[in-house]
Design a protein around this ligand. Structure first.
Ligand SMILES: Cc1cc2nc3c(=O)[nH]c(=O)nc-3n(C[C@H](O)[C@H](O)[C@H](O)COP(=O)(O)OP(=O)(O)OC[C@H]3O[C@@H](n4cnc5c(N)ncnc54)[C@H](O)[C@@H]3O)c2cc1C
Length: 386
């Protein structure tokens, strides 16, 4: 650690998982870190998600490796911070011939690409994941790399660990309303009228495009995306998914499966048979948290289409597709909510140096839980290595 690094004072704006990842990596390299969060506790996308650490969704190559590095850090948090992390793996189930074709093609290619996964027969799926609906089940793809975390508990407990272990300071309940300059250093103007200078500022405001640098964010390509989610209370019945479960619809959602030529046929069938799934970006997945709750979703609506109101038809379509994937003892829902994240059409995250030592780092899309730690590692390596 160099003395200039250890003296560097860094402000991170936003205590979602992206900001927490930045704070962790900056503090680990010896910097003095302050996190500023407008809410009294995190309430954004980072507490509203499935809690899936999902390397299998990342495109093969660098991003897949970044996801695996993040995964290692989550496992570290389990032992060092006592955060609940379940190394459950994932299963994509095929209930249609075109879904089976994609899984078979992917499994055949995966070995050469160093992606660990295993094609299972319908019988093997039933043994490993008894909640998968046996009706029409053709096969499944098991991947061992996925983890499950409880996003609300993890995101809200990380600040205490970062404070205790690495001396990170948190200021909750205060908005950073502007970043100015004073004496050649970035200066944050707070909503309570205070001002404070730092050596470096990292803006991790998630889907807030209005408060800081709206003009840059407007031209960044970032777009907001709303997802509708559902949950079934773990206490209501004994659910044992065994691992994260995803239906064949998910194969058209994650870029890693784009290496399969057979995907085109699957996409075409969805477009012709169930266009509402394309219109509302619906694919279905289920995870199970440490309390036994099943977290179910989801849909994707972008930009100006986003309304504050949740559309009950979307929930019905999600449930219809989930019934193909799962056979549950009870479908009694305990919660419904939506979350909004920022997404860039091409980049895993939008990074921009607004002026020297003032950075925007936002827009991890549907992969923030999976990618943030690895992306923050790359960011600070980039700073330290020029
Ligand atoms: C429904 C849903 C399901 C998802 N499922 C998964 C999943 O299973 N796996 C996965 O990898 N990813 C998943 N994601 C994506 C992941 O949740 C996001 O990529 C990630 O949470 C984004 O983190 P963030 O820190 O950028 O945003 P947020 O969590 O929204 O945090 C941004 C924070 O910045 C604060 N803030 C903004 N502006 C200011 C300001 N000026 N001053 C002070 N504070 C400010 C906000 O209050 C907020 O707390 C999902 C997302 C959603 C919505």
């Amino acid at each position: 650690m160099t003395s200039s690094r250890s003296a560097e004072q860094v402000a991170v704006i936003g205590a979602g998982i992206v900001g927490l990842a930045q704070a962790w990596l900056a503090a680990e390299s010896g910097r003095q870190v302050t996190v500023i969060e407008r809410s009294q506790r995190a309430a954004g996308a980072s507490i509203r998600n499935f809690g899936m650490i999902w390397p299998i969704g990342q495109p093969h190559g660098t991003l897949y490796q970044t996801a695996l590095r993040s995964r290692s850090r989550w496992l570290r948090l389990a032992t060092e911070a006592g955060i609940w992390v379940n190394p459950c793996g994932s299963l994509h189930a095929a209930h249609r011939g075109d879904e089976q074709a994609v899984l078979e093609e992917f499994a055949a290619a995966a070995t050469g690409l160093d992606i660990s996964c295993q094609l299972l027969t319908a019988e093997q799926v039933q043994q490993k994941a008894p909640l998968v609906n046996p009706e029409g089940l053709r096969c499944g793809l098991f991947s061992p790399t996925e983890l499950c975390v409880n996003p609300t508990e993890a995101t809200r407990s990380l600040p205490a660990w970062l404070s205790e272990r690495l001396g990170v300071t948190f200021q909750f309940g205060v908005l950073a309303s502007a970043v100015e300059e004073s004496g050649g250093r970035p200066e944050i103007v707070f909503s309570d009228g205070r001002k404070q200078t730092f050596d470096r500022v990292i803006v991790c405001g998630g889907s807030d495009f209005q408060t800081l640098y709206p003009e840059i964010l407007a031209g960044s390509g970032l777009v907001a995306c709303k997802l509708q989610m559902l949950a079934i209370d773990g206490g209501a019945a004994d659910y044992r998914p065994g691992m994260h479960l995803a239906s064949g619809l998910t194969l058209r959602h994650y870029r890693i499966f784009e290496i399969c030529q057979s995907l085109a046929k699957l996409r075409q069938r969805i477009a012709e048979e169930t266009p509402e799934l394309d219109e509302y970006g619906i694919h279905v997945m289920a995870s199970q948290n440490n309390h036994g709750d099943l977290i179910l979703g989801d849909s994707h609506e972008y930009g100006n289409r986003i309304e504050p109101f949740d559309d009950v038809r979307i929930d019905e379509w999600i449930l219809r597709e989930l019934r193909t994937l799962l056979r549950l003892p009870s479908w009694q829902l305990s919660r419904r909510w939506h979350g909004i994240y920022a997404k860039h059409p091409e980049l895993p995250v939008f990074q921009h140096e607004v002026r020297p030592r003032v950075h925007i780092f936002a827009g991890t899309g549907g992969s923030g839980m999976t990618m943030s730690f690895g992306l923050a590692e790359d960011f600070w390596n980039g700073i330290d290595n020029g």
